[in-house]
Design a protein around this ligand. Structure first.
Ligand code: DC
Length: 228
């Protein structure tokens, strides 16, 4: 049987990480895990139950009541996240969550909780995971790491289009401000800041189509799998 590997995809917000990760997983018949969805689901829980995440004890005891699971949805053809048994895949994409998630993701108890689960999910390999610290902290020994970038204006445009479909009241300025804020917090936090792992392959998709990007990544993945 072909050896299975771990593929990590890190990068700035709205660079198309999840698009590539989903396609790669599908092509390789690997599991796809969106690590950002875990931080978003935790944030949703904290907002709902008015948890003060700057209070360590409160945060730790709240985390004990959180169970995150993933389930494949045959209809949408993607794996979706469940918070204590409730499908929150769509709720967590809301701007209310996006505005707080980077702050919540700076908290060490939150990161310990998420990283431990991510490592368990990747133990059997055959996984594509996207996020901010997957190649640096979660799977530093992954066989294949990508670090994605794209020009700012392209990223804002893509994310605006995506959010506008769900909420026509949203403005480009709001989306831009949120992206810039998240990139700043994500790359300046003390624990596991967003960094390109030294052995990651940089993928700037400013001038690449989704198909071109997949072709490029897939050819490298196939090569790595053959040599694993
Ligand atoms: O990928 P995303 O935009 O859904 O991620 C939401 C936030 O979660 C992101 O702004 C920072 C945090 N995050 C993180 O700190 N580490 C990860 N591995 C993934 C996401």
């Amino acid at each position: 049987m072909m050896q299975k590997i771990i593929i990590t995809i890190d990068g700035w917000s709205s660079c198309g990480k999840s698009t590539l990760a989903k396609q790669l997983a599908k092509e390789l018949s690997y599991v796809y895990i969106d690590s950002g969805s875990m931080y978003r689901a935790i944030t949703l829980y904290f907002l709902r139950y008015h948890i003060d995440w700057t209070d360590e004890l409160q945060t730790k005891s709240a985390l004990e009541n959180i169970e995150l699971t993933f389930q494949y949805n045959e209809k949408s053809k993607q794996s979706e996240i469940y918070l204590n048994g409730e499908n929150v895949e769509y709720l967590i994409r809301d701007l209310v969550v996006a505005e707080k998630v980077s702050e919540v993701a700076t908290i060490s108890a939150v990161r310990d909780f998420a990283v431990a689960q991510q490592q368990r999910m990747g133990a059997a390999k055959g996984i594509v995971m996207d996020g901010r610290d997957i190649g640096t902290t979660v799977f530093p020994n992954a066989e294949l790491k990508f670090f994605m970038t794209a020009d700012n204006s392209i990223r804002v445009g893509r994310r605006f289009k995506e959010m506008f479909e769900k909420n026509p009241n949203i403005t480009v300025e709001e989306v831009k401000a949120n992206l810039e804020m998240r990139d700043y917090i994500d790359s300046n936090r003390a624990i596991s800041p967003l960094r390109k792992a030294s052995d990651a392959i940089e993928l700037d998709n400013t001038h690449l189509s989704i198909e071109e990007q997949l072709t490029f990544a897939l050819s490298i993945a196939t090569e790595r799998i053959n040599f694993a």
